[in-house]
Design a protein around this ligand. Sequence first.
Ligand code: GTP
Ligand code: SPV
Ligand code: MN
Length: 601
Amino acid sequence: MEQIEEENRPMELTRHQELLSWVAAQAALTRPDNIVWIDGSKAQLNALRAQAVSTGELLELNGDKQPGCWLHRTEVSDVARVEGRTFICCEREEDAGPTNHWMAPDEMRALLRPLYDGCMRGRTMYVIPYSMGVVDSPFARYGVELTDSLYVVLSMAIMTRFGRPVLDALGDTGEYVKCLHAKADIDPDRRYIAHFPQDNTIMSVNSDYGGNALLCKKCFSLRIASVQGRSQGWLAEHMLILGVENPRGEVRYLAAAFPSACGKTDLAMLTPPERYRAQGWKIWCVGDDIAWLRVGPDGRLWAMNPENGYLGVIPGVSPKTGPNILATVSRDTLFTNTAQNLDDDTAWWEGLSDTPPRHALDWKGSPWDGALSAEKGAQANARFCSPITNCPCLSPEYENPAGVPISAIVFGGRRAKVAPLVYQSRDWVHGVFAGSIMASETTAAATGKVGVVRRDPMAMLPFCGYNMADYWRHWLEMGALLGDNAPLVFHVNWFRTDGDGKLLWPGFGENLRVLEWMLRRCGGEAEAVESPVGLLPRTEDIDLEGSGVTRTALENLLSIDKALWRDDVADIRAFYARFGGRLPQELEQALHELEAGLNER
Ligand code: GTP
Ligand code: SPV
Ligand code: MN
């Protein structure tokens, strides 16, 4: 084997023999010209950034207007997660369950081998040791990603804690998730995102975009971590975490699961309505996408955010709906697939300003006149990647290794019909049921048709690394551990429309009005009324002053259309049937009770 040059001699960084030999074996397969270990130093990152600019991989934006910001454009065929090419490769198909794509591990390895073979020739392989969670804390989990993409290196440097401290924490024998990423030819027909939970291994090839390539994110922190959590007694969830401080100065924490592009980042960084701000309400963001939850020493449920940055949807972020997001992306941000305003070399997206730039490039890099073009300037799933500390409302608890105690869990989807603005589950089991029957319209975050309603339990349909029925069982077992300390469980829908298809609820900051009711429920300070689907607020329980929403609209938002719900029950029954005898009996029973309630006069 010819000698591959290694920069940052690994022996000075680690004596982890198994890691060294794994890296060597992947290099022998992919044949990079050289290997660079990422140590986390500023000097190294600056040099890599300069290199990315020289190759055109990154474009430096206006340093006065968007300081420390960069723009990256992806291939036109590589703009979202590819669920159809994402596989769970456990030994037995039934353990992946009916909602995951499965392939036998040996078969997948055989299929991938030729795709990786020599694919890094002429390129550099970067070795990124990273941590999900605060390095060296009891609940941190480590990974090492090998990649031939500088874009991935620079994104991982924002999204994770990485470099030398992680190697130190791993020591000579520490466990880590093995992540092999190669952009190869970015060929969509040979694109695979494969997970081997039994080996703590992830293999991704032929994509250089978001969750397909930043393997720390959905691949590790949800698909692999959900499997680890099941055997170790914790939960890895697709949830934001936020603290709500009331005028008395009490902070309660919520964790909320919404499918991709359905409002997690927006809720996590919400700006309270004027009146609420005047009263002293504050929002504290702990995380916007992923939560790891476990039962704390006090018996309550605690949540921590394993990430160190945000990878958020940028189109639609406007001064009106997302001032905290705008502040977050104002500096040190890596934008992907936005438009570029050529007048001042800034990133631009729909929502940033009312008048689009006329002298611009669209996300594909083609000349674009925002006033004349029928096409959007930014791609629908364009993203920002910003350090966690950029958020003006970042919770001081964001790096508390213990996380924060959770008072309420919130599930939610994007549904024009059926789901009311909010309802509360009667108890934990009924809450697990509410999560399991979630449905939502598809979005641009994944390739495929947009706006199609599909069942998306706990917003984990594309992210649960094992059989969803076993996952529900695990949720039920967590509830048994929590007992009376279990958080209350709610379901929300910010997207309900009237007969003309107009949104009934203003959303964004106004969502605090709904959170307020939930928190008063947690404190035993608010009323609720029974309905077949769960507990509803009375219209007088939601403060509408200054919201522009009428009582009639709120009645509409809270109404339960029994006919539509009965159709949903039929759909849920068909969905549940896919899990056969593995479906927890408690959920079957809850569905039966829902149907019985809907059939009462
Ligand atoms: P991922 O990062 O892909 O997991 O998405 P996310 O869940 O963080 O979604 P995000 O907050 O980025 O919101 C995505 C889309 O939903 C944007 O188009 C927002 O404008 C829209 N949105 C977010 N919150 C609300 C809301 O309360 N009401 C309405 N109508 N739209 C919302
Ligand atoms: C999502 O699709 O839920 C995202 C973006 O947050 S990605 O990291 O690409 O999964
Ligand atoms: Mn988000």
